[in-house]
Design a protein around this ligand. Structure first.
Ligand code: GAP
Length: 438
């Protein structure tokens, strides 16, 4: 196993086009990141794997895509306006600001080392505020959503009515969220703009504990099914004083990041807090009407809330591997084939027109099936290294013999084994290798 550092993965991500610092040509904007050609494919693949596991692969969960900007009352009712805060302190010596609860030593500034230089803590609200329309006054104040979950709660009655769902059932959503974090950092781990994958599972209150346990296992297994190493994952139950204002119970799926165990996903029993709060503030009846028993009740909610950008980062870390090959270090991203941005690379041995023509034909044949890259630059050794570093499961090499025997060489990223395969059977051959993995 390779213990990869944050710098190593950030450098690889930048060098190969996964993640670039945002606004780089203007000196960068701390905590914002842009996803490059490979990063955007990785995110799409994680998103797709989650959606398949949580929505299209089941008959008890439906999807939603709610607005990022909602009525300000949503965030009053949910408790975010009053309680979505972190304790902020400022060092009076160097003027840097910190989250009090994240300081290693509450008496010493981690920046300048000065002792007892902090101001008394003030509760800092993490929501980004802006104005809707041309007038900038209190009445036009709106917030960028700090979680996708509330968009789901306020559409509960719409979904029950139109999709004819009844508890236990879930509503899932993937999208951007925004938090004005006091201390963003550790590359893309904690950013002010990020993407979440959240699902609210509405259950009869008596079944809440059982479903909570169910979702803990399901969510842990999802990371394992995408190749994450078991020794790098753990479930950790929150202490009572860690629980969010809405939660009766919460556990994190933690990942062993380079700096230690940290949260990948939270799974919470949110009780009926949100539906009740929105019903009270909006005056709408958000109870579920159970025709079978002629009863109305507020379902409890079990919420698995994952970070898309954070889990893509963890998948990168987990896949990173270095090994010695013939006296040289080989870097290989052992990404699960489903997550690999490029599934097959087509590599003509030279740029000679007769090889290029065959390679182009092969790429055209493969492209309807998988995401393909045709790479003609540099030596074949360097091209293999590049494909290993971006996690491409298979490379297909077209050489001069191919013109004679109508066959190509298929190279396996992980074993580096090579096999000669007739061009006419290449799609079937690769379909067999990918069977059950995509
Ligand atoms: N609706 C519940 C909720 O939002 P959370 O634990 O605050 O719960 C869920 O967030 C997940 O969203 C986290 O486990 C993490 O993966 C991701 N996340 C939260 N804040 C983030 C940030 N500033 N940057 C990147 N990802 C973040």
């Amino acid at each position: 196993m390779t213990d990869v550092t944050l710098d190593t993965i950030a450098n690889l991500a930048k060098k190969r086009g996964f993640v670039y610092p945002a606004s780089e040509i203007y000196g960068g904007l701390r905590s914002s990141w842009d996803y490059g050609p490979l990063g955007v494919e990785l995110l799409r693949n994680v998103r797709q794997a989650w959606w398949q596991a949580m929505v299209t692969g089941r008959d008890d969960i439906v999807g939603l895509d709610s607005a990022i900007i909602q009525a300000a009352e949503v965030w009053v009712a949910s408790g975010h306006v009053d309680s979505f805060t972190d304790p902020l302190v400022e060092c009076t010596s160097c003027n840097n600001r910190f989250r009090l609860d994240k300081l290693e030593d509450e008496h010493q500034c981690p920046n300048c080392g000065k002792r007892d230089s902090f101001t008394s803590p003030k509760q800092f609200n993490l929501m980004f505020k802006t104005f809707m329309g041309p007038v900038e006054d209190e009445g036009s104040t709106v917030f960028l959503r700090p979680e996708t979950a509330q968009g789901i709660f306020i559409n509960f009655a719409n979904v029950v009515r139109t999709a004819r769902m009844r508890p236990p059932f879930g509503i899932a959503q993937i999208g951007k969220s925004f938090r004005n974090e006091i201390t963003p950092g550790q590359f893309v781990f904690r950013t002010r703009e990020f993407e979440q994958m959240e699902m609210e599972f509405f259950v009869p209150p008596a079944e809440a504990e059982e479903w909570y346990r169910y979702w803990l296992e399901e969510r842990r297994n999802w990371y394992l099914s995408l190749g994450m190493k078991e020794e790098n994952l753990r479930l950790r139950a929150h202490e009572k004083d860690e629980l969010a204002h809405y939660a009766a119970g919460c556990s994190d799926v933690d990942y062993r990041f380079p700096w230690g165990w940290d949260e990948l996903e939270g799974i919470a029993n949110r009780t009926d807090f949100d539906l009740k709060a929105h019903a009270e503030r909006s005056g709408q009846d958000l109870r579920f009407y159970d025709q079978a028993t002629d009863e109305r009740y507020y379902p409890y909610v079990i919420e698995p809330a994952a970070g898309l950008t954070r889990s893509a980062f963890a998948f990168l870390l987990d896949a990173y591997h270095e090994e010695e090959v013939r006296g040289e270090t080989r870097v290989v991203l052992r990404l699960h084939p489903r997550l690999a941005p490029i599934k097959v690379a087509v590599l003509p041995l030279s740029k000679k027109p007769e090889l290029m023509e065959v390679a182009q034909q092969i790429a055209d044949d493969l492209r309807p099936h998988w995401n393909i890259e045709i790479d003609v630059t540099q030596s074949i050794g360097r091209r293999y290294r590049r494909q290993d570093e971006i996690g491409t499961p298979y490379a297909v090499t077209v050489d001069f013999d191919s013109l004679e025997d109508q066959a190509v060489t298929v190279r396996d990223r992980d074993t580096m084994e090579q096999e000669r395969v007739p061009m006419a059977g290449l799609v079937d051959h690769l379909t067999g290798r990918f069977a059950g993995l995509l």
